[in-house]
Design a protein around this ligand. Sequence first.
Ligand SMILES: Cc1cc2nc3c(=O)[nH]c(=O)nc-3n(C[C@H](O)[C@H](O)[C@H](O)COP(=O)(O)OP(=O)(O)OC[C@H]3O[C@@H](n4cnc5c(N)ncnc54)[C@H](O)[C@@H]3O)c2cc1C
Length: 384
Amino acid sequence: MQCNPLWPVGHRFPTLERDLRKDVVVVGGGMAGLASAYQLKEAGYDVALVEREEVGGPATGASSGVLYYGSGTNLVPAIGLFGEEKAGLLWKETARVISDIARMARAGKIDCGIRTCGSVMVAKNAREEAEIEREFSAAKRLGLPVRLLKGSEVHDYYPLKEFTSGLAFDAVGQVHPARFGAGVAVLEGLEVYENTPMLGWKNEGDGVSVMTPKGVISSSKVLLATNIEPLYGLADYFDVESSVILASKPTPRVRDVFPEEKIFWSMEDKYDLVYPRGDRLILELYALGEEEEKLRYYFPGVEFELEKQWGEAWAKPRDWFPIVGRLEEDVFAAVGMGDQGIIMSWLTGLKIPGILEGKGDWFADMSSPARFGIGKEGREVLRS
Ligand SMILES: Cc1cc2nc3c(=O)[nH]c(=O)nc-3n(C[C@H](O)[C@H](O)[C@H](O)COP(=O)(O)OP(=O)(O)OC[C@H]3O[C@@H](n4cnc5c(N)ncnc54)[C@H](O)[C@@H]3O)c2cc1C
């Protein structure tokens, strides 16, 4: 089922109805699976992707697709978690991914609402203001293009509210991710099968067979890009979160609230996002429960007439980094993409050919399931 009622995927892919032989089978047609299938094909592999339902379903279909840096934390906490060198690499590579996605969407004329509108992180009190200053200094040290805004400058972008300061990231973009992923699949002729669930896999002499209802795919390797499925023993290492998006009916007041197309987000761990999309106002929350109060808070004096609301669950790794790498000899995972799951999925795709070929780098080291003891001798990988 398509998750996004306002911007669904228009293209439909066939169902698998015969046996195939492939180099790699990718399981899951979200951003992680599509990006991986694309990069594997680019690297010369013969790839098929099987999706249980439709491309444009679960997390990628629901996602607001903000293209921000990192793997789900701000920069200062990322430095605390991963160290300055690795956090720096992560921020720089994700910065490159933001511009790659935008370039590809524009060059391919993919109908995916791509925009490089910039974002502003806003502080409402002295504690958050101090946090923003630390973020600014760390970003400057890495050479990232950020601007520190006074409260009055934030006010110019968001006149209905008063904030004490803000941090502007002008390179931040936004996309409808499932439309982008499906567009890439069509443009690049990826072999994608919808309504084709993987029912299980079987190790064969020189590879793996993936079973689907109407066909078996014999392959050298399988990549499981299934987000939150509680398979393989990996679910112990991430939390299942959910996010929800509220979209207003088209309103002429949109420019009163947001004179420019900017994305604003608050500084709590479970932050809120507010922005305009065309002539609609959008509010994104981690979960439902406080929506009335939050609508009043973010849009004071403006009637927010709800048109659509949608949401989905997604996996947030407990150590803030996706789980990408070998589970068994020929079985690999790309799961737990996290808060910045669109960018991290694309980065995962870029890294996946090297990971399948056993080449190490900072990303392969940080993302490996081996950090939990999985994929190493003596640790059984649960299948169901
Ligand atoms: C409302 C919302 C807003 C978000 N906002 C942002 C944002 O602004 N920026 C950002 O970067 N991230 C955001 N995220 C997070 C991001 O969208 C996710 O981290 C990312 O989409 C995960 O991609 P995925 O491919 O791992 O998972 P999914 O998109 O869930 O894809 C997994 C796919 O695997 C399929 N599958 C599962 N089991 C099988 C099987 N047995 N056989 C075949 N197929 C199977 C599923 O049907 C599904 O299509 C948001 C998420 C939500 C829900």
